[in-house]
Each structure stands twice: as structure tokens, then as C-alpha cells.
Design a protein. Structure first.
Length: 241
């Protein structure tokens, strides 16, 4: 999922670090260093995501969000803030920010939050977005808002970790995710994280969503790479041909 991301950060070292992480994942990056430059860049470039520092010269991040939402610009905004009080964080969200990360932050955590936000706000080319926001892959549905999973109309109970893994896979059907990419989704949700953690979640999910867990048709292993989620109804004609 390659995206165009604007980084609005007046700390040049922090901006360069974020640029490197984002470009390593294949994203195009524009960096700006003040609030007014941020507004101009968003208006001209219409990015897929704005990573926005709260404390900036020439209009702070809160003012930037307020103006963008007043202009009815729907660019997703992830705010970077050194302000850790609940009132400050709630104000940013109330103004229209989609998520926030408190400084100092782990680059790994920040990238996981960016991936999640991009998946939530972008769709696979050629696919229409679900009107209710539910992710559907064949008879499997994942509702990120209500935190519900169902298979062929049957409700399935998932742990938070299982839900994060399944949600990541369902957001991009047929994409192969490496274990490391799925580990990033679990950051902050599982206390002990390792490659084995992903395998355990996959094994447990198969028990819940597969008709025959030892012969999976939905949650498939791509040997030497990782895992993918597919619609068995679409895979069946290919397998028989």
C-alpha cells in the first residue's frame, strides 16, 4: 500500500528519521517545517496522510487541523504531541485528528499506527468501500468499529491480538503479509511478541474461521513468506482449472 505522506515537523532530525522509515516502506514523502507551509502543501498535493507535529511555528498543529476540517478536507491526520494530558489529546481528536502518538515515541510503533490508519482510510484499487465500514472477504466479515467478527453469519469471539491480525489481513485480501509486518500490528497489544506469537494467533484463528483448520481455505500460509487471507469461493475455480 504505497501512499503519499506529508510530514509536518519543525525538528529536522525527527523529520528526516520519519522520512527514512516511510520511504523504506515504499511511500512518497513531503516534509514541511511550519503550520502555514503544511496548509499550503495539503491544499496543493492532497496527500493520503498527514503526520502532524502539534508544536510548530507559524500556526500550530491544532490550528492546522481546525483549518483543514473547516475547509472540509478529509486528509487523515496523525498527530505527534509532547502534550500528554487528556484534555490536550481530546482537543486534537475533537478538532478532527484521526489518531495521535505521544513523544517520545518508538519509530516501530509509529509506523504500525501509520499502516493501520492508511488501511482504515484507503481501499484496494478497483474495490468499492463498504458503506458500513465492515471488511468482507467472502463469508468472513470484520467490523473494526464494533470489534466483531463473523463467518457465514456465525459470530466469532477473538482476542485483541487475533482481531488485529485478522483485521490487517482482511483490509488487503490476497496480499501476503510477512510475520514481521503482522508483528508490527501487535505492538502494544501483546505483552510478549515474537514470530511464534503470530503463528499462534494464526493457528487459533483457523480454529475459529476455517471449516477444517488443518486444511485451511481462508487463512493461507505462503511458505517462506508469511500469510494471506483469501475468499475460498474465488480460489476454488483457480484450483480446479
Amino acid at each position: 500500500m504505497c501512499a503519499h505522506v506529508i510530514i509536518a515537523e519543525d525538528d529536522e532530525k525527527q523529520a528526516e528519521l520519519l522520512r527514512r522509515y516511510l520511504e523504506r516502506e515504499g511511500h512518497a514523502v513531503t516534509a514541511v517545517g511550519d503550520g502555514l507551509a503544511t496548509l499550503e502543501a495539503v491544499r496543493q498535493q492532497e496527500p493520503d496522510l498527514l503526520v502532524l507535529d502539534v508544536m510548530m511555528p507559524r500556526a500550530d498543529g491544532l490550528d492546522v487541523v481546525r483549518i483543514l476540517r473547516a475547509e472540509q478536507r478529509e486528509v487523515p491526520v496523525l498527530m505527534l504531541t509532547a502534550r500528554s494530558t487528556e484534555d490536550d489529546l481530546l482537543l486534537g481528536l475533537d478538532l478532527g485528528a484521526d489518531d495521535y502518538v505521544t513523544k517520545p515515541y518508538s519509530p516501530r510503533e509509529l509506523m504500525a499506527r501509520i499502516r493501520t490508519l492508511l488501511r482504515r482510510t484507503r481501499r484496494t484499487p478497483g474495490e468499492a468501500p463498504a458503506a458500513d465500514g465492515v471488511l468482507r472477504v467472502g463469508g468472513l466479515s470484520v467490523d473494526p468499529v464494533r470489534h466483531l467478527v463473523s463467518v457465514d453469519g456465525r459470530t466469532v469471539e477473538c482476542t485483541p491480538g487475533e482481531f488485529r491480525v485478522l483485521g490487517a489481513l482482511a483490509a488487503e485480501p490476497d496480499r501476503v503479509f510477512s510475520r514481521q509486518q503482522l508483528l508490527a500490528e501487535l505492538h502494544g497489544f501483546d505483552r510478549y511478541i515474537s514470530d511464534r506469537t503470530v503463528d499462534v494467533h494464526v493457528m487459533n484463528l483457523r480454529k475459529k474461521i476455517e471449516p477444517a483448520p488443518r486444511r485451511p481455505v481462508r487463512l493461507l500460509t505462503v511458505f517462506g513468506v508469511g500469510y494471506k487471507l483469501t475468499d475460498p469461493a474465488k480460489a476454488a475455480p483457480r484450483a480446479s482449472s
